[in-house]
Ligand binder design. Structure first.
Ligand SMILES: *Cc1c(COP(=O)(O)O)cnc(C)c1O
Length: 227
């Protein structure tokens, strides 16, 4: 992991860019094929601003409420920010999520498809979504069961929601490559071209296996405060 001195996120960004470039070279992929999402959950606007000043524009948050307090202000100062929702979404926050975010990575159930479909129609705004898959079939983990994926995709389509790809968070503390490979296979099977996978510890592996969106927090901002 790159040097995590909190005072220099721009330097850490450069370090991550180097790692991405190396992985792209090995995988014979173009750097342009990978979107780096800076995961700014728990970080203050003051911590985020240096990355914006360094030219970074793509950010991820996991809570609607937290994003609503930080991002309208940051966006007022920088028009071309792209904001991704990467955390679980409650149906009653669908309208707010549609208003705030440019992309949603956590669509994982029927009730949320209904809520998002309504919210998008009401707002007159179509927010592209990833379907989150519970790729390790873990109890208590977000994401739809692999077996439910076809039904969910059909329902999203019927509801007018644009599904651009699949997202996963593999089980902790085991080799993630087989899970990334499985997600890629599921996406290919359903004709989906985008893959949101890979975090601070495993984004180079994810790039080798086809990730188009990597979600990196700790390696950019340093360790998150506990609690
Ligand atoms: C927090 C989070 C990340 C970033 O994790 P790091 O290990 O800090 O890079 C990525 N994806 C999701 C869904 C997260 O909640």
């Amino acid at each position: 992991m790159p040097d995590a001195t909190p005072e220099n996120p721009a330097r850490r960004l450069a370090g991550i860019e180097t790692e991405i470039a190396q992985a792209c070279k090995v995988a014979r992929r173009s750097r342009d094929a990978i979107a780096l999402i800076a995961v700014s959950k728990t970080r203050t606007a003051n911590e985020i601003r240096p990355l914006i000043e360094a030219g970074h524009r793509r950010f991820g948050e996991n809570r609607v409420q937290e994003a609503a307090t930080k991002w309208p202000g940051l966006r007022a100062a920088c028009a071309d920010i792209e904001l991704h929702l990467i955390g679980q979404l409650q149906s009653n926050k669908a309208e707010e999520a549609v208003a705030l975010f440019d992309c949603i990575h956590s669509l994982d159930r029927m009730s949320l498809i209904e809520a998002l479909s309504k919210a998008m129609a009401k707002a007159g705004k179509r927010v592209p979504c990833f379907v989150q898959v519970n790729i390790g079939e873990e109890e208590q983990k977000g994401g739809c069961a692999i077996a439910d994926l076809p039904t969910l995709l059909a329902a999203a389509h019927a509801g007018g929601i644009e599904i651009i790809g699949l997202m996963c968070i593999p089980p902790a503390d085991v080799e993630p490559a087989p899970y990334f490979a499985l997600l890629a296979e599921l996406a290919a099977r359903h004709g989906l071209s985008q893959l949101s996978m890979g975090m601070s510890d495993d984004f180079t592996t994810a790039i080798m296996l086809g990730a188009t969106h990597i979600r990196v927090g700790t390696a950019l901002f340093g360790p998150r405060p506990v609690g």
